[in-house]
Design a protein around this ligand. Structure first.
Ligand code: SF4
Ligand code: SF4
Length: 424
């Protein structure tokens, strides 16, 4: 294998300047979606294991009842996000989860196992990692189980813990809205995480106009509030090592689990784009279909293009009858496809200038397309974080980031199988 690794300096100031399109959703209060007739809840543990249904067809459940059972001692259970009647199961090809079996609940029953009065006293010595697992809390930043992340972070010395509400991509404002609405609770949730992993410092990161930042600063009592700045993707804490990022909705979910013994049932999603009449942040039960959320926010014409996630890192979907799960915090519906034509690479190097990881995206793409896997190994595709900046700047309209991620995912698989590609 070639010894040299082709990467540019880690210290170059890279990234791209993005437009912001967060308004009007960002300034509006979070709205609860209107009562639904049905939800479709994936019975898949965040660890990737299928779950056994804890409920039989034609049985009723209350919000917060166990719905999907994990194997004892492993996996992450799923709870009923609404009260209702189990009417059947449905196989779905989900863009984030793959092929998954879902429980279909008709929302015919009112009520919940929980109410706000059920507050209990917080045991500071409790095992919050275990609790995050039994409650099946998923971190919305990356769709990973919170317990799994915390167990890994616990092994690291001097963790710099950051609740990341910086939302650096153009459209999302759900983290900001949740932080605004539940500032004290998010801060307490972060404090519990900090306790669980013995973090050496904890911060909340935002990227907000000065006035918003100042207002929030006056409300946050025991945590360092960071104002993130710079090109996308900007560093959250400059000079810090071992930065561990957690979502604000996951902090809130842990707080609710500890204070009220309540599993996560909802996700707050930014619904926006030029095909949406009423752009806003909506609180929806897990398992709500994208279709239902879009109609609640009033679609103008039928959108040509729907993205789950934000503009830089989201996925285009070609059907909207898929359920929302933690990990989907933004839905963008557009009247027309923003990128119409694709041309061959012209070798302009803009993707290289944009890559904050110091990689050579066009070269990785070329090696992958030419199946030069041995050469590819030295191009460090595994260091790509999927920020999408290379695709954003490409004048040929190429999805370079998708190619780099394909190379990253293939790392350790195909690289080992193939010989030296120098002759190609
Ligand atoms: S997606 Fe990967 S290769 Fe492209 S700019 Fe971001 S880190 Fe670099
Ligand atoms: S930005 Fe696009 S056209 Fe330019 S070198 Fe990179 S991949 Fe090629």
């Amino acid at each position: 294998m070639q010894e040299v690794n082709y990467r540019l300096s880690k210290f170059t100031k890279k990234g791209v300047s993005l437009i912001t399109a967060k308004e009007p959703a960002a300034s509006r209060p979070i709205v609860d979606i209107a009562p639904l007739s049905q939800v479709t809840v994936p019975l898949l543990s965040a660890s990737g294991d299928s779950l056994r249904s804890a409920v039989k067809i034609n049985q009723t459940v209350l919000q917060g009842d166990l719905l999907g059972l994990a194997e004892p001692g492993a996996g992450y259970p799923v709870y009923a996000p609404v009260s209702g009647l189990l009417v059947g199961f449905r196989e779905i090809q989900h863009p984030l989860l793959g092929n998954v079996s879902c429980a279909v609940l008709n929302c015919t029953i009112a009520g919940s196992k929980y109410n706000k009065q059920d507050q209990r006293s917080v045991d500071k010595s409790a095992d919050y990692i275990k609790l995050a697992q039994t409650m099946g809390i998923i971190d919305e930043l990356d769709g990973m189980p919170l317990a799994k992340k915390l167990a890994q972070w616990k092994k690291i010395n001097s963790v710099c813990l950051v609740a990341d509400a910086s939302e650096q991509e153009p459209y999302s404002s759900s983290a900001w809205s949740v932080l605004n609405e539940s500032t004290a609770e998010v801060e307490k949730g972060l404090e519990l995480i900090s306790l669980a992993i013995q973090a050496s410092s904890r911060h909340i990161a935002v990227m907000q106009p000065k006035a918003n930042y100042k207002k929030l600063k006056s409300l946050i009592k025991n945590t360092d509030l960071l104002q993130v700045s710079g090109k996308y993707p900007a560093k959250l804490v400059s000079g810090a090592k071992n930065i561990c990022r957690v979502g604000v909705q996951a902090c809130l979910a842990l707080y609710h689990a500890v204070e009220y013994n309540r599993p996560p049932c909802n996700v707050v999603v930014t619904v926006t784009g030029d095909a949406v009449t009423n752009a806003q942040n909506v609180r929806v039960p897990i398992g709500t279909l994208v279709d239902d959320v879009l109609h609640f926010c009033r679609l103008s014409p039928r959108p040509e293009y729907v993205i789950i996630g934000d503009a830089m890192t989201g996925n285009t979907i070609n059907r909207t009858d898929i359920p929302i799960v933690p990990g989907i915090t933004c839905i963008i519906a557009l009247k027309a496809c923003p990128r119409s034509s694709v041309h061959p690479c012209i070798g302009c190097g803009r993707c290289v200038s944009a890559c904050h990881a110091g990689l050579l995206p066009y070269e990785i793409m070329r090696r992958l397309d030419n199946m030069q896997y041995e050469r590819l190994a030295s191009l460090l595709a595994e260091e790509c974080d999927g920020c999408g900046a290379c695709s954003y700047v490409c004048p040929s309209g190429l999805d370079v980031a998708a190619k780099v991620i394909e190379a990253k995912d293939a790392h350790g698989n195909i690289f080992l199988k193939w010989g030296n590609g120098d002759d190609i």
